[in-house]
Design a protein around this ligand. Structure first.
Ligand code: ADP
Ligand code: ADP
Ligand code: MG
Length: 499
């Protein structure tokens, strides 16, 4: 351990930029890596140095551990920050980084390994008395036994990939007759997306909220939590709108869940930034879902309400420093909401709709933060996650944050691709969201694409061309390269997720 002087960021897009900005403020030099598709990207231009690591497909660039570590050595970097997605939750990568004599800015490889398996994670957490969703504690290998268990748990149940992530590899089984079919689908989805077909069963909680806790540990055994994020507005089991704090937690519940999150971290000897995810049911009981062993996409809402820079904190902890505050020193200041601006068409089942950003103007003003990796005129590469930006609004109250978000959405000008902005505006104006009385079924229950179709009727030729290209790519039989692949690349996934 010791002072870090130069950091290689093994990622792209908004998160690579976001990490580099904070790192530069610390007087640390930055190295970008990029694929041939990202030559002109902002993260490449921002970095002090940049190294091309291969062709556009992630499997040939952003997932190449050897090439990335070589780039770090060649440029004299002493640490690697993995961002989210790609190699961030790959324990072999963390191990290889350490073996190369570099600092991995993240948790210990052993913790990544345990928490990377949802089953191993649940078993570890159970020993620390963390409440779990009822389900199997081992992978299913015997259908008859699994059916018997499901009957005991009570339908509907969820078949889940132990190695799953990004909302993939999950199947709801409503009744026993569907069990075999859904099981087969879950296993084949898990095998193709994660290279690991292990699945297990969980009780399907019918109307849960998704509430997660940000935790931080240092290498001296201290763990704190930085409150919760409410992430119940999801499509395809993946978040689109997040906020902190949650509108439904009382101080008592916050304390109990925060303590449970700390216990999960302690169950695997965790340090650095991590997120403990829970589902929260109608009777206000909470259950541990999984732990994400990295910085989360939605971490900025936590930064806004706590005033902390989580990336800088990650770097300090990787250097061996202690957490510079105590649990009782962290306070919630106001309310923050994030919307994810994806190049997707909400009116068309949220399918990716990449193109060239003909117009791209960010909103401005007090309390508005936009984390992105694009400029006007840039194309959204079709190989990676179709997220254009994250927009975060911070205000004194939840109501004021909602009003600010509506104003910011109206000021955000994007043409050249359909985006989730209109959908997010719909959410901000919806009575269920405004009252705080909503759950993960929000989109299914309330969202009718027709609402947006009326306002979004400009299918221009660029978009059409992009859509056709995606179709052609899919028809040629390409599919996701590996599990850490950004989601949109997996054209097959969009096909399988389409109802
Ligand atoms: P969050 O940070 O809230 O979990 P997402 O679910 O969108 O946000 O995941 C963030 C990124 O990490 C996405 O690019 C997603 O594809 C990727 N990701 C997360 N976990 C996995 C996993 N186990 N396998 C593949 N990709 C993953
Ligand atoms: P991932 O690794 O893909 O993020 P999670 O286990 O975190 O997988 O689940 C993703 C989402 O799926 C949750 O936020 C929640 O909306 C839904 N979900 C997961 N498990 C359950 C469950 N047992 N009952 C109901 N919904 C669930
Ligand atoms: Mg999750």
């Amino acid at each position: 351990m010791g002072k870090i002087h130069k950091i290689l960021v093994a990622n792209r897009g908004e998160i690579a930029l976001r990490v580099m900005r904070s790192v530069r403020e610390m007087g640390i030099r930055t190295v970008a890596v990029y694929s041939e598709a990202d030559r002109q990207s902002l993260h490449v231009r921002f970095a002090d140095e940049a190294v091309c690591i291969g062709p556009p497909p992630s499997s040939e660039s952003y997932l190449r551990m050897d090439v990335i570590i070589e780039a770090a050595k060649k440029t004299g970097a002493d640490a690697i920050h993995p961002g989210y997605g790609f190699l961030s939750e790959n324990e072999d990568f963390a191990r290889a980084v350490i073996a190369a004599g570099l600092i991995f800015i993240g948790p210990p490889p052993e913790a990544i390994e345990v928490m990377g398996s949802k089953l191993a994670a649940k078993n570890a957490a159970a020993k620390f008395n963390v409440p779990l969703v009822p389900g199997t504690s081992e992978p299913i290998d015997d259908i008859a036994k699994a059916k018997k268990l499901s009957r005991e748990i009570g339908y509907p149940v969820l078949i889940k990939a132990s190695a799953g992530g990004g909302g993939k590899g999950m199947r709801i089984v409503n009744k026993e007759e569907e069990f075999e079919e859904q099981m087969e689908r879950a296993v084949s989805e898990a095998t193709s997306a994660f290279g690991d077909g292990s699945v297990f069963i969980e009780k399907y909680v019918s109307r849960p909220r998704h509430i997660e806790f940000q935790i931080f540990g240092d290498q001296h055994g201290n763990v704190v939590h930085l409150f919760e994020r409410e992430c119940s507005i999801q499509r395809r089991h993946q978040k689109v709108v997040e906020e902190a704090p949650s509108a439904v937690l009382t101080p008592e519940l916050r304390e109990a869940m925060g303590q449970a999150a700390i216990n999960v971290a302690k169950s695997c000897g965790y340090y650095n930034a991590g997120t403990v995810e829970f589902i929260f049911d109608e009777s206000r009981k909470f259950y541990f879902l999984e732990m994400n062993t990295r910085l989360q996409v939605e971490h900025p809402v936590t930064e806004q309400i706590t005033g902390l820079d989580l990336v800088q904190l990650q770097v300090r902890i990787a250097e061996g420093e202690r957490i510079p505050f105590r649990q009782e020193d962290v306070r919630i200041n106001g309310h923050a909401i994030e919307v994810r601006v994806y190049a997707e068409d909400p009116a068309n089942n949220f399918l990716p709709d990449i193109g060239t950003l003909k117009t791209y103007r960010r909103p401005q003003g007090h309390g508005i933060r936009v984390d992105d990796g694009f400029e006007e005129g840039m194309s959204i590469p079709f190989y990676y996650d179709p997220m254009i930006a994250k927009m975060i609004c911070h205000a004194e109250t939840r109501e004021a944050a909602i009003e600010k978000m509506i104003r910011a959405i109206d000021d955000y000008q994007i043409t050249g691709a359909e985006t989730t902005l209109g959908f997010c505006r719909f959410v901000m104006q919806h009575e269920a969201f405004r009252s705080g009385n909503f759950d993960t079924k929000f989109v299914e229950q309330y969202f009718q694409p027709a609402v947006l179709l009326a306002t979004a009727a400009h299918e221009d030729e660029d978009i059409l061309a992009a859509a056709l290209a995606v179709k052609a790519f899919a028809a040629a039989g390409h599919s996701a390269q590996t599990s850490q692949e950004a989601p949109s690349t997996s054209v097959s996934r969009w096909k399988t997720q389409r109802k």
